[in-house]
Design a protein around this ligand. Structure first.
Ligand SMILES: [Zn+2]
Length: 341
């Protein structure tokens, strides 16, 4: 098996959110699973450094970054109703950005696939505010970093069950970053409609594929085969970044999409094959996912899939029949931008 690099830092456990679905046990559950299953041989762990503030300022206003620091220095508080921070959260959030950046370094310099096992998550974080459990937009900052240091084009595939509003807005008018999101709708944060396709130079480079509660493996598979993968082939990214939430699983307490654990392997393998044939790197960062029994299984299926391997964990899909007419409607919608059928 080829190497799979996992970027992790023990300080990720120190972002204290109190009684909250986004808590340290999410990472602890994955680490325990990896140890128990003996996957440590295959997953090579690397520790990141804190990201430079200059890099964070590419995506976030300095004023916002200073505000987060002041709240944390003052002992903690809330960035919005859902997003608590503790004294150490500012430093941990910079370390999470550093983790996403390290993933880019690993993947772009030696070609290994990588996964940033990090928290707090990032894809909801906007230029001037944290929200939805997110402080800094890890994936958006790492995409900027990749463009500056290694790449001409980056694709971000966001399969977290929630729309990645912050990531979308960071690149909405740009054609060097393709943003593709499959998410539940209607659902938090309320953005990510089909009609949100980017603007100016970026028109067509934002692809939102909203799905109703209950959608599952078959529908996701059709979306990958008919839209996500063909568009990636046409876009020819140098790097594919996955915003990898595990909250679209059927057991997740916060959402209604009904993926099985095997769906994560299916999606990761399709991206692996695409990356192989287009010569792009493949890297992922953790976003959401709140069932600590399930997320370790989604994680292992994702990381082996990113290396082209079969699922480790099996599960019968919950979705009986894929939403074929919905997929057809989306193909029709994006035909004017991309060569898809
Ligand atoms: Zn989410």
């Amino acid at each position: 098996m080829a190497d799979m690099r996992i970027v992790y830092h023990p300080a990720y456990l120190e972002h204290d959110t109190g009684v909250h679905p986004e808590n340290r046990e999410r990472l602890v559950s994955i680490l325990k699973y990896v140890e128990k299953g003996g996957f440590g041989e295959y997953l090579k762990f690397t520790r990141p450094d804190r990201a430079d503030l200059e890099l964070v300022y590419r995506i976030h206003d300095e004023e916002y970054v200073s505000r987060v620091k002041a709240i944390c220095d003052g002992g903690g508080g809330y960035l919005d109703l859902d997003t608590p921070v503790s004294e150490k959260s500012f430093d941990v959030a910079l370390l999470a950005v550093g983790g996403a950046v390290r993933c880019v370094d690993v993947t772009c310099s030696d070609g290994s696939a990588s996964f940033g096992l990090l928290r707090p998550p990032g894809h909801h974080a906007e230029r001037d505010r944290g929200m939805g459990f997110c402080i800094f937009n890890n994936v958006a900052i790492s995409a900027e970093y990749a463009l500056e240091n290694y790449c001409r084009r980056v694709a971000i595939v966001d399969w977290d069950v929630h729309h990645g509003n912050g990531t979308q807005n960071a690149f909405y008018d740009r054609s060097d970053v393709l943003f593709v999101s499959i998410h539940q709708s209607p659902h938090y944060p309320g953005t990510g409609k089909l009609e949100e396709v980017g603007m100016g130079e970026g028109e067509g480079y934002t692809i939102n594929l909203p799905l109703p509660s209950g959608a599952g493996d078959g529908t996701y598979s059709l979306l990958f085969d008919h839209i996500v993968i063909p568009v990636l082939h046409e876009f020819r990214p140098d790097l594919i970044l996955i915003s990898s939430g595990f909250d679209a699983h059927m057991d997740d307490p916060l959402s209604g999409i009904a993926l099985s654990v095997e769906a994560y392997n299916m999606m990761a393998r399709k991206l692996h094959e695409c990356a192989e044939s287009t010569g792009s790197g493949l890297s992922a960062v953790l976003e959401g996912g709140y069932d600590t029994e399930i997320i370790p299984k989604c994680f292992i299926n994702t990381v082996v899939g990113m290396n082209g391997q079969d699922a480790v964990e099996r599960e019968t899909p919950a979705e009986k029949k894929p939403l074929e007419s919905r997929v057809r409607e989306y193909i029709e919608h994006f035909k004017s931008y991309w060569n898809i059928v």
